[in-house]
Design a protein around this ligand. Structure first.
Ligand code: 1PR
Length: 578
């Protein structure tokens, strides 16, 4: 379909709005960018995808003179869709502070909807903050034009936020849907007349999100959006639940002919061990397919998130790594769930031109190309070492890649990827030495015996040594220490690999997953070792992880994503069914 309606997109340059643009295009509508306050005033329909922090959103709106035009547009009840911060800024204000800046005064919002936006309470670890993943929505008001909502009641949509708008008697007349996060009910979307806004990301909520967006734009086009009716809503709807995420990782590298292929390590060794390798000693790089095709297939099959890991990026710079940027630009045209990219996210100087690039500049290229999150591996270990060396009390230098990127794009845009290997400790003085060096020794057995496997000689204790450069270099710091430092520096999630389990199809390392998810309040993504549906069920039932990632078993088509999710549902674990 191609429509005459033109959508004006208010992009203030701090976030990844490429995916919003792609989603509007996928719905058959034309998009133009707002570059001047008059473009707001003259818009047929305005979409404001607020990404990053409340602070940067409100500051930039004021700096560019958009806030007055936007307030007037909203008071005039013109067709509007706000997304995430694009909803939060409609309220009176927010308690959000810039990362690491506790003293700034709370920021005023546009003041269209009564109430303040506040931070989720971690509730003693019961609630990981930010709220990241797929949760349901419950209709609170109906109108014939809410076809953008009717079609998705009871389905999951994608949230990623640390702050929420509580429902109050003053603002409940605005509330279109509510959502429940571990006992906290809050506003997940609003509508009054032509003004609609969502806390969730329709552009990242797969087909359900596209249906919402298309329904909204069609209602604008046929003028039915603002009609309201008093059709009652079922107030006894059960509280929604955050689903556990199934993530697919595509380890990407250039093969010996320079093409970008999806490969998969066996304990991080990606070279084929076939007879050719025996003869030449160097097998070809395992080639499991083309990145964009494979990623699009996984999206169609119901992957909740896709992570591209550029595993040879530690060798050179990634700023001009055009193939990886092109993979993102291509993928974000047809994939409407969150895309994470990792590998080479760090500051670096180009060896030829000598031009220096900050980690923020490197990350910004990936965000502009369509990434929603960047994953930082080696550089996060170095940042953690510095953080601990600064007396561990956490003197923030403010310069680490984690801090500089999360300050601009928000903590939810920064994932820290940890590549630990087990170091077994058998005697008590080995335990004492490890502890003296600050390494947390973990027991591999637990009272209900559900922890990861014992060592090859029955060892029942180990510490997890972090590595850099894709497992090629050991560092004297443990995974729990790096995870805690990463959280303090502003990471929003931990992707937790394990070299011993990687590619073995023996299941995840539960001892590691429990040790880290018990040490931080940000969500942990289990990684390394999955080989069948049961491994996903086990790691969700027996550890505190919020997501589980696999690579090899999906690339080799041994297990389908939908059969993993069916098994999860059979065991009462909430999964997003497409
Ligand atoms: O250090 O910031 O440049 O980031 C490098 C990134 O690339 C890190 O996230 C690191 O984990 C990853 N990486 C580097 N070398 C390898 C390798 O395999 N040679 N990938 C590599 C490690 C992690 C997952 C893996 C899961 C699931 N792989 O992508 O696929 O462990 O595997 P499985 O389900 O098949 O067991 P930087």
């Amino acid at each position: 379909r191609s429509s005459s309606l033109t959508v004006s997109l208010l992009d203030y340059g701090a976030g990844n709005v490429r995916s919003v643009r792609n989603a509007i295009t996928a719905c058959g509508y034309r998009v133009v960018d707002v570059t001047d306050p008059r473009d707001v005033t003259n818009a047929e329909v305005l979409i404001f995808p607020g990404v990053g922090s409340y602070h940067s959103a409100m500051e930039t709106l004021a700096a560019r003179g958009y806030d007055a035009a936007l307030r007037e547009y909203l008071v005039d009840d013109r067709p509007y869709l706000g997304i995430c911060l694009g909803m939060q800024t409609l309220f009176d204000g927010s308690d959000e502070r810039a990362v690491g800046d506790g003293e700034s005064s709370p920021l005023p919002g546009l003041g269209i909807i009564p109430g303040r936006v506040v931070r989720f309470d971690e509730d003693g670890g019961r609630r990981s903050v930010p709220h990241i993943g797929w949760n349901g929505i419950v209709s609170r008001q109906k109108s014939p034009a809410t076809r953008h909502v009717d079609g998705i009641g009871g389905r999951e949509v994608y949230f990623v936020h640390s702050y929420y708008a509580p429902i109050t008697t003053e603002n409940e007349c605005w509330v279109l849907t509510s959502t429940n996060y571990e006992g906290q009910e809050y506003v997940s979307s609003i509508q009054r007349g032509n003004v609609v806004a969502t806390q969730f990301h329709p552009e990242k909520s797969g087909g359900v999100g596209l249906d919402f967006l298309r329904g909204f734009l069609e209602s604008v086009e046929d003028g039915t959006l603002s009609r309201t009716s008093s059709v009652p809503v079922d107030p006894s709807a059960p509280p929604t639940q955050l689903a556990k995420r199934v993530v697919v990782a595509l380890d990407v590298r250039s093969n010996d002919h320079g093409d970008l292929v999806v490969t998969k390590g066996d304990q991080y060794d990606v070279r084929e061990r076939d007879d050719a390798a025996i003869v030449t000693g160097r097998g070809g790089v395992r080639n499991l397919g083309k990145p964009v095709q494979l990623a699009t297939r996984y999206y169609d099959e119901g992957a909740d998130e896709i992570a591209f890991l550029n595993i040879t990026s530690f060798r050179g710079g990634v700023v001009d790594d055009m193939p990886m940027l092109q993979v993102l630009e291509e993928s974000s045209k047809s994939i409407f769930v969150p895309l994470t990219v990792g590998g080479g996210i760090r500051s670096y100087a180009d060896p030829i031109s000598g031009v220096a690039y900050s980690a923020l500049e490197v990350a910004s290229r990936y965000f502009r190309a369509g990434a929603d999150k960047v994953s930082i591996g080696s550089d996060a270990v170095y940042a953690a070492e510095e953080y601990v060396a600064s007396g561990g009390g956490g003197r923030r230098t403010g310069n680490s890649s984690i801090e500089t990127i999360s300050r601009v794009y928000g903590v939810q845009a920064v994932v820290v990827s940890i590549d630990p290997r087990r170091v077994y400790v058998t005697s008590d003085d080995e335990v004492a030495n490890a502890a003296k060096a600050g390494h947390v020794v973990v027991s591999l057995t637990s009272d209900d015996g559900n922890y990861g496997p014992l060592g090859p000689n029955g060892e029942d204790r180990c510490w997890y040594q972090c590595t850099v450069k894709g497992g090629r270099e050991n560092r004297s710091i443990c995974a729990i220490t790096v995870a805690r430092a990463a959280e303090s520096l502003g990471a929003g999630e931990i992707m937790l690999n394990c070299i011993d389990m990687d590619g073995q199809c023996n299941g995840y390392d539960h001892a590691l997953m429990n040790a880290v998810s018990g040490a931080v309040s940000i969500p942990v993504i289990a990684s390394s070792g999955a080989g069948n549906e049961g491994h996903f069920v086990n790691v969700f039932e027996k550890t505190g992880v919020r997501a589980a990632l696999a690579a090899g078993m999906f690339h080799r088509r041994e297990v389908e994503i939908c059969s993993v999710k069916r098994r999860m549902e059979e065991r009462g674990i909430r999964a997003r069914m497409i």
